[in-house]
Design a protein around this ligand. Structure first.
Ligand code: UDP
Ligand code: MG
Length: 323
């Protein structure tokens, strides 16, 4: 086959990598043995998200020995969702799998995802029926978050799913055209529509290393999910405003009556302090909520690129084409 003809592989596997040096060898071995048994053409796309360990070194080594392995390396840590987006941007497979590098998403499930897709679905996501080895707090907050999100959004975002999924190229095409900066991919995929289904799986324990998702990143992620897919918090702010004003109005009438009619009033320090504090709190919350949305508008208006690529396996190809 001539080298310069682009053939589209049946399957692209996009793997965001942030300090996963200890997992990559096992991941790579397990992936290869699964993919080779599937008898499909495939490409692996590793996205190095500014790792500070030897992850990139490993990726480059396998990429140079295996043409099916591609990589892009971002100029710094941009975060999981952006890393996945970067991978999707270069994926050319007819179907694209997204999975974590820490072996929490078992590569052995890819054939099942692929088979389910052949039944006529554009998206098959993995639904975590059980999560091994994650802290109680993480599981509980995640569970609460997905239920809250599904209550306040009109998009049917599936409960308890991560980004482990297979998507048809058509879906990936739409995702690439979604310009928003605050990525919440699992919501965006749900928004795209088509036929979507799931398979259940047990999410394994992280093989080695520690999570790249600090609670801070998780909170950011949760905010992005909510504010990208729901305007409920904005409406809640005004609702809260109405309720509090209603209460204040009643108290106002009572105060006037007490002062003018019953002549029953005291110095009233406590009530003043309480109402000032309470109203101040409510106001700050509401301004904060409006600010969250404003920050998103700001982010999008700035129009910065979503990520910066330092180097990629495409460089390798163009260099070798030139020489
Ligand atoms: N990841 C990334 N950038 C980050 C954090 C994580 O690319 O800033 C990758 C990480 O290497 C892994 C996946 O995203 O492949 C999921 O991250 P992690 O396992 O840390 O999250 P958790 O499973 O604990 O939610
Ligand atoms: Mg993990």
């Amino acid at each position: 086959m001539p080298e310069n003809v682009t053939t589209f592989p049946d399957l692209s596997v996009v793997i965001p990598v942030y300090n996963e040096g200890k997992n990559l060898t096992v991941l790579y071995d397990r992936l290869l043995s699964v993919l080779q048994q599937m008898h499909v053409s495939y490409e692996l796309i590793f996205v190095n998200d500014g790792s500070s360990d030897d992850s990139l070194q490993f990726i480059k080594t396998v990429a140079s020995s295996n043409n099916e392995v591609n990589y892009i390396s971002l100029s710094r840590n941009f975060g999981h969702q952006v890393a996945v987006s970067a991978g999707l941007d270069v994926a050319i497979g007819k179907a694209v799998v997204v999975m974590d590098a820490d072996l929490q998403d078992p590569p052995e499930l890819i054939p099942q995802l692929f088979a389910k897709m052949q039944e006529g679905f554009e998206v098959v996501y993995g639904r975590r029926i059980y999560r091994k080895g994650e802290s109680y707090l993480k599981k509980a907050t995640a569970k609460f978050f997905y239920r809250l999100l599904s209550r306040i959004t009109h998009v049917n975002i599936p409960l308890d799913t991560g980004d482990f999924r297979i998507m048809d190229a058509r879906v990936v095409q739409v995702l690439k055209q979604m310009p928003e900066r605050n990525k919440f991919l699992r919501g965006q995929v749900a928004w795209v529509g088509f036929r979507q289904t799931w398979i259940n799986y047990t999410r394994d324990e992280r093989f080695e290393g520690s999570t790249g998702y600090t609670y801070r990143k998780m909170l950011r992620f949760a905010f992005d999910g909510i504010t990208s897919f729901s305007d409920f918090p904005l409406k809640m702010a005004s609702m809260l405003g109405f309720i509090v004003s209603g209460g204040a109005f009643i108290v106002m009438i009572y105060t006037l009556l007490a002062r003018l009619v019953f002549k029953d009033y005291v110095e009233g320090w406590a009530s003043i302090i309480l109402s000032v504090l309470f109203l101040g709190g409510v106001q700050l919350i509401c301004i904060g909520i409006a600010g969250e949305y404003l920050a998103r508008v700001f982010n999008n208006v700035q129009g910065r690129p979503l990520y910066v690529v330092d180097e990629s396996s495409k460089d390798k190809q163009t260099k070798s084409e030139v020489s």
